[in-house]
Write a protein that binds this ligand. Sequence first.
Ligand code: TMP
Length: 239
Amino acid sequence: MKKGEFLYEGKAKRLYKTDHPDVLWLEYKDDATAFNGQKRASLTGKGQLNNAISSWFFTLLSRHGIQHHFLDTVSDREQLVRPVTILPLEVVVRAIAAGSLCRRLGLAEGTKLPHVLVEWYYKDDALGDPLVTEDHIALLQLATPVQLAFMKDQALQIHTILQQALEPKGIVLVDFKLEFGLDANGRLMLADEISPDTCRFWDAASGKKMDKDRFRQDLGGTLEGYQEILERLGGGANV
Ligand code: TMP
């Protein structure tokens, strides 16, 4: 498989064609951004860590029958993925209150939620990715009710799979963000990445944050947190 023409650059990844029409080449960058790109840094080695961690989670999800875009890891910061058209929605799953949920509802960080919460955010940088209701989604025709039901069901299944894998490793899964895309046949599937950029992970014993909140909140040791996650997952070697 050969890396082809450059297609797209996002905040944390670059996408290229390959010599095969059904396969794209995804490269994880070291760039870190927060607050809709207002805060930026380059964290040397983040791309490698997120590539390894995301590959680990996608491999785990495959074993549990969840369809997704990830195909294979090709280098320490690159992977092969299926081409999908990403729906302009971020699907956030929360088990414990943190981040914007605390700011929006006045809950204390760390409050265990009585049930797992699924939220929708409209992916629009100019609007600052606002929280939207299912009626807003219908109004803007961002997804159909059938697609929403599918994504919600997948998101809850993924929560259970990740939570059960992380608990024995002493990692608390606080919340995470998913994105879904449509393949050439119109099939909706999980895409993007699952990494400490897109999840909140706390150490079960100390409550220490091991995710992008270290960068967002200027706590220092961001990469050490990501490295700790990868080591607890088995260094990327086995699921
Ligand atoms: P929030 O509490 O800031 O809304 O974030 C919820 C989860 O979504 C958290 O795990 C971080 C992740 N997230 C992203 O992956 N991208 C984003 O742009 C934002 C705002 C959050």
